[in-house]
Design a binder for this molecule. Structure first.
Ligand code: SF4
Ligand code: SF4
Length: 242
């Protein structure tokens, strides 16, 4: 019962799966997100997770005297060369920004596709490649919209250690919200956007989730498109990060 109650779209909405914008009269994914205010709301939700989680980590550092090396890090951003996950709700503000700034180009999509494939087929322990969004000056070009896993990644070991292969362990400062809040936001988005409930979160490799979001944006069959593509991508990502 809950399943049918969560579906905003009639059965015919799935009829054009894989065939691009279908003949149905419903909104595109982008139209739905903008009409429901979901671009700004998802962005705000992730910023809140990052702020709250980091406040807790910083308070912990204050109590224990641990350094927070990320605050004034000028080292090469080794943390931006790792396997990186993102929820669909985190990819939405990134995709919106890329579109707004005219950065949704065929070259960017090719780069996202290649990075996603690499991330989904390389064991996370061996993965090392600069993030598509890292620029030549080691700066994140989607910083304000970065996913929570990036924003809450703080370390207390020296910054230089992050890119030193001879250092055995990096000491992380773990925030409290990272495990709980993003799955809750994912469930809310699934319901509000009428997405197909999956047996897991709408979550996968960061470049894949951004790419799927960009591809879904002009589609009216986004329910079936995202349900099928994200589920397959989530399985590939789970295998790589197992
Ligand atoms: S994780 Fe390491 S490389 Fe990344 S910002 Fe923090 S100190 Fe710098
Ligand atoms: S999204 Fe930004 S912070 Fe996250 S890995 Fe990429 S460049 Fe780094």
């Amino acid at each position: 019962m809950a399943r049918s109650g969560r579906s905003r779209r009639p059965a015919r909405a799935d009829a054009g799966a894989g065939a691009g914008p279908g003949p149905e009269a419903g909104p595109t994914f982008g139209e739905l997100l903008e009409a429901a205010g979901l671009v700004e709301q998802t962005a705000r939700a992730t910023r809140h997770v990052i702020d709250q989680s980091n406040a807790a980590a910083l308070a912990h550092a204050g109590r224990t005297g641990a350094a927070v090396s990320c605050l004034d890090c000028t080292a090469p951003k080794a943390c931006c060369t790792l396997t990186t996950s993102a929820y669909l709700h985190e990819a939405i503000p990134i995709a919106a920004r890329l579109r707004r700034e005219g950065r949704d180009t065929p070259a960017l999509r090719d780069a996202l596709r290649a990075a996603a494939h690499r991330m989904e087929t390389t064991p996370a322990s061996r993965y090392q490649a600069p993030c598509v969004f890292l620029d030549d000056g080691e700066r994140c070009t989607v910083y304000e919209e970065r996913p929570s896993v990036c924003g809450t990644h703080l370390v207390s070991s020296p910054a230089a250690a992050c890119s030193d292969p001879t250092v055995a362990s990096i000491v992380k400062l773990v925030g409290t919200l990272q495990d709980r809040a993003p799955p809750e936001i994912d469930a809310q988005l699934t319901m509000r956007a009428g997405l197909r409930p999956l047996d897991r979160s709408y979550r996968g490799a960061l470049p894949r989730m951004v790419l799927l979001c960009l591809e879904a944006w002009p589609r009216r069959d986004y329910v079936s498109f995202l349900g099928e593509r994200v589920l397959a991508a989530a399985h590939r990502f789970a295998a790589a990060t197992r």
